[in-house]
Design a protein. Structure first.
Ligand code: PNW
Length: 490
């Protein structure tokens, strides 16, 4: 039995735009994702989040599902334009009431709310009037919005996450342009990332100065990072993998723990990477009470001057800025997203975080997988999801044994939901959702996770699915020069 610490936080996660629907109800303003999804050609099959899981009206039913799982905690996000329809000014009380009712329902069910202030659905007015995350005004706007949320909910909410995955917004939203707001540019990611960091710093400062002493909660950020395994033992490839991690997680975590960007980014990007003022630096350093990590997969990284091929399905930022090529081992199993399943990468990454940031308290704020699975006779058999989570939880347990201060695990996701540009066809949920009727059906993985939570860990045969156990990275052949699918960078 792999037992987790007694107070380990067993959770599941969602986000507002992906599940709520009710996109224009009760005074809510439009977000950049409403506008993006309403633009033909942006989302697979023309799907939108207009209705999604209809969680806005069904939230009590969803809290009951969480209670059935025995969840200790639930991570959800607040839709900024529900609270401030145009991103500034007075609060929309009807929007706040929805979150207040949700928090009350959670607490009544004995479930601790973990609240993300921004999971990508920026008020559209801030985009149109100011350029969204490219604007230096965003820090103040975000701090004002955060204050409204702390003030309205902080008497009951003790766990706050400022931003979800600023890396994704920066790289995919302002670089590749395939997520909202759909802007493609080489320097956009570095500029947008900079303003998101400044916004985090401003909101964390508001919490610390005005609320933390009374409310006694904690605040952090949820950064995403996949593991980068050197493609070979060659020193150049080892250095390339390290550099790729610095361009990924270091980009957003170094400022929080060290007060500035990684030196490798400054060296390669020079003036393309914005500079923090002394005030920014002071605000940012030490601005996270815990290290939120969203982790899904692993890729191989080799040195390549000027950037090399990038595996399709690996988001790496600009490979040429990093002088890397990204591939996968063709023997790795993959999920429906094309993301390799390599649990040992999770253990390696937790070790890397410990080394670089001095063993901070870490919370895995997302980990999950998409697989196709339909309802047959009222049941959904998703053995591969069980294998995936058994593997990644075992890796977490190993990381704790290595010395990591891992405090919790939020499985992505409670429900099948709107998977951004992929629409509804990529299903990450513990519960199947029939998007025509809204009907939720617990998958086999939901029962499995309930048992894991009840036992406080994994039994030795925890991987009850059929998938073969994944190998540890050290036992893998170094170097994979014929990866399954390659695409050229940009
Ligand atoms: C995260 N990538 O998104 C988000 O926080 C969730 O909203 C999302 O549903 C989940 O992971 C699954 O995708 C990501 O391309 C989107 O590297 C894209 C990437 C990573 C995370």
């Amino acid at each position: 039995m792999r037992r987790f610490p007694e107070d380990f936080v067993w959770g599941a996660a969602t986000s507002a735009y992906q599940i709520e629907g009710a996109w224009d109800a009760d005074g809510k303003g439009p977000s950049v994702w409403d506008a993006f999804a309403h633009t033909p050609g942006r989302i697979a099959n023309g799907h939108t989040g207009d209705v999604a899981c209809d969680h806005y009206t069904r939230f009590r039913e969803d809290v009951a599902l969480m209670a059935d799982l025995g969840l200790k905690a639930y991570r959800f996000s607040i839709s900024w334009p529900r609270v401030q329809p145009t991103g500034t000014g007075a609060a929309n009380e009807a929007g706040l009431r929805f979150y207040s009712d949700l928090v009350d329902a959670l607490l009544e069910a004995g479930i601790t709310p973990w609240v993300t202030l921004h999971h990508w659905d920026l008020p559209l007015a801030l985009q149109e009037e100011h350029g969204g995350w490219l604007s230096p005004r965003m820090a103040d706007a975000f701090a004002d919005y955060a204050r409204i949320c702390f003030d309205a909910l902080g008497d009951r909410v003790r766990h706050w996450i400022t931003l979800n995955e600023p890396w994704v917004t920066a790289v995919i939203g302002y670089g590749e342009g395939t997520f909202a707001p759909g802007l493609a540019s080489a320097d956009g990611p570095y500029r947008a990332g900079h303003e998101m960091l400044r916004a985090h710093g401003a909101a964390a400062e508001v919490y610390r100065r005005e609320f933390q002493a009374d409310q006694g909660g904690v605040i952090g950020m949820a950064n995403n990072c996949d593991w980068r395994e050197p493609a070979s033992g060659a020193p150049a490839d080892r250095a390339a993998a390290q550099r790729a991690l610095e361009f990924y997680l270091g980009w957003f975590a170094d400022p929080l723990y060290h007060g500035d960007y990684p030196a490798s980014m400054r060296e390669r990007l020079g003036g393309r990477l914005p500079t923090f003022s002394d005030e920014d630096r002071a605000r940012l350093r030490g601005s996270a009470d815990f290290f939120g990590l969203n982790h899904y997969t692993t890729h191989l990284v080799a040195h390549a001057d000027g950037g090399g091929p990038v595996y399709d399905g690996a988001n790496v930022g600009w490979a040429e800025d990093q002088d890397v090529a990204v591939s996968v081992d063709p023997d790795w199993p993959t999920t429906a997203m094309g993301w390799p399943v390599v649990p040992d990468g999770c253990r390696q990454l937790l070790g890397w975080i410990d080394d670089r940031y001095g063993r901070p308290p870490v919370v895995l704020t997302e980990n999950g997988c998409a697989y196709d699975a339909e309802v047959v006779d009222g049941a959904v058999e998703d053995a591969r999801r069980i294998d995936y989570h058994a593997g990644y939880l075992a890796a977490c347990h190993d990381a704790i044994a290595d010395g990591a201060d891992l405090r919790g695990y939020f499985l992505w996701s409670l429900l099948d939901n709107f998977e951004w540009a992929s629409g509804y066809d990529k299903r990450f949920g513990l519960h199947h959702v029939d998007f025509a009727t809204g009907t939720r059906t617990p998958k086999a993985s939901a029962r499995w996770y309930r048992d894991v939570i009840a036992r406080g860990g994994l039994t030795d045969d925890a991987a009850a699915g059929d998938g073969a156990a994944a190998p540890a990275l050290a036992s893998l052949p170094a170097g994979a020069d014929a990866p399954a699918r390659l695409r050229s960078p940009r």
